[in-house]
Design a protein around this ligand. Structure first.
Ligand code: ZN
Length: 179
């Protein structure tokens, strides 16, 4: 079957940009074959914005930098929510407070990702992800599981929250298997 060739017309400049109401678009750095882009796009990244100016969930990320694992607690119905929220999804109040979650737990379920990594994460395969049941809490939290090769990973293994910094200064967490 012959391969169809589709020509894509160059994108037209918007009227606002033409009228100089908007600054010119920055030049895009296009990496060569086999090169990684200098800065990865936030494609598929659910948490690109961490500062207080950008999100009311900033205390969660600030907490990670201080070695804390925080989430929100609804003052009205007493639920501890995960992920952190700015409004309770059950009673819709915004009367929430930040609370420390337990930082230890056990693997409730896991899976190994062996192929199909998003752009820029090809070198991080295989990787293990899973649900962790926190000690003394009804919460089961999804995250990357580190410190174990995937064939050795088992349900029930003990883990601990491990905050880490990304090269651009953002913070996130993984679960490290405790031996
Ligand atoms: Zn509530």
């Amino acid at each position: 079957m012959p391969t169809a060739v589709v020509e894509v017309a160059p994108r037209k400049r918007s009227k606002a940009r033409k009228a100089k109401l908007l600054p010119p678009e920055p030049a895009r750095e296009v990496p060569g074959p086999g090169e990684r882009p200098a800065r990865l796009p936030y494609l598929l990244d659910l948490y690109p914005a961490e500062s207080a100016a950008q999100t009311r969930l900033a205390p969660f990320f600030e907490g990670l930098r201080e070695g804390r694992f925080l989430s929100t607690h609804c003052r009205k119905d007493g639920r501890v929510l995960w992920p952190p929220r700015i409004v309770c999804p059950v009673c819709h109040t915004s009367d929430l407070t930040w609370v420390d979650l337990p930082q230890t737990g056990r693997i409730y379920a896991f899976s190994a990702i062996l192929a199909g990594a998003p752009s820029g994460l090809e070198e991080e395969l295989p990787r293990v992800v899973g649900l962790v049941e926190l000690d003394g809490s009804p919460l089961r939290i999804f995250g990357r599981i580190v410190g174990v090769e995937w064939p050795e990973c088992r349900i029930g293994m003990r883990v601990r929250v491990e905050p880490f910094s990304l090269p651009d200064g953002r913070a996130y967490y993984a679960f490290r298997v405790v031996r």
